[in-house]
Design a binder for this molecule. Structure first.
Ligand code: HSE
Length: 290
């Protein structure tokens, strides 16, 4: 039996819309065996068929390599919540493509895997950190994805608020401004580079400045009813920065201080008793066979 563990991811991290993401210390596990017929356990009934994203990704990887589809027995243990902006679809895509690689000896490199996963996801900012771990910036050129991986300062703590409601990525992508000016582009390039250094060096002041996004967060905050209150609480309790994780609904407060993280966590737990809150770290390991 093959068991693959894939980390959750936070995409965008402020200004890095569709470019930047980080792996998190929250995981989904997937078990696979080649089988006579498709069998899926551990997920709602509506996903127990060929439309399951893990299966579609497995199949897509086989097709890309010119191999015959062989059915699977699959068991999912999803620690990453669905449709909350923590990369749950990327965990499924990465697991499916990696399973095809392992079970059929496709000989794909990590770079190949990220390129196939990005074709399925549309942008690399969740799948690339899910595969490589750490903080990853990526772009596609001529059908391939080029990633730059950075190690995060281990002091970063991401106090995470996961609402009990979802924001559909499809809807959240519709509200983002389509055309941006040269000055917005210059602003964003500089801020993304600042984010990389802030995350790498544990620089709270730089993170505060670099995290200021103009591409998506000003539009998406309206889709998350608790955004303003959560942001105010996070900043009042000492967070260096506050941002929407991926397309939401999850929000994160970043700090290098354990004491500050505890304060933010208790403020979130007290104010939002119906939601889930937890402290996560940036995980330096990507998806792996375990
Ligand atoms: N970059 C993507 C977005 C991540 O913000 O829409 C969510 O899939």
């Amino acid at each position: 039996m093959l068991r693959i563990r894939v980390p959750a991811t936070t995409a965008n991290i402020g200004p890095g819309y569709d470019v930047l993401g980080a792996a998190l210390t929250l995981f989904s596990d997937f078990e696979f065996e080649l089988s006579e017929r498709l069998e899926i356990e551990g997920c709602p009934d509506r996903y127990k068929n060929e439309s399951n994203l893990v299966i579609r990704s497995y199949r897509h990887a086989l097709e890309q390599c010119g191999r015959e589809y062989v059915p699977l027995w699959l068991r999912e243990e999803a620690g990453v919540p669905i449709a909350r902006g923590l990369g749950s679809s990327s965990t499924c895509i990465a697991a499916g493509v990696m399973a095809a690689n392992e079970l059929h000896g496709l000989g794909l490199s990590k770079k190949d895997i990220v390129s196939i996963c990005t074709e399925l996801e549309g942008h690399p900012d969740n799948v690339a950190p899910a595969i490589y771990g750490g903080v990853v910036a990526g772009f596609s050129e001529e059908g391939r994805v080029y990633c730059s991986r950075f190690e995060a300062d281990p002091r970063w703590r991401l106090v995470t608020l996961i609402p009990d409601y979802e924001v559909r990525t499809e809807e959240a992508r519709k509200v983002v401004k389509r055309d941006i000016s040269l000055s917005d582009s210059i602003y964003t390039t500089g801020h993304v580079i600042g984010m990389l250094r802030a995350l790498g060096e544990g620089d709270e002041e730089l993170l505060d400045m670099a995290c200021r996004d103009i591409l998506h967060e000003p539009y998406r905050r309206k889709l998350i009813p608790d955004y303003d209150r959560a942001r105010k609480l996070a900043l009042e309790n000492g967070a260096a920065a506050f941002f929407i994780s991926g397309s939401g609904s999850t929000m994160m407060a970043a700090t290098c201080s354990g004491e500050t993280a505890e304060k933010i966590l208790s403020a979130f737990s007290e104010a939002f008793s119906g939601h889930s809150s937890m402290e996560l770290r940036i995980c330096s390991e990507g998806a792996a066979v375990v």
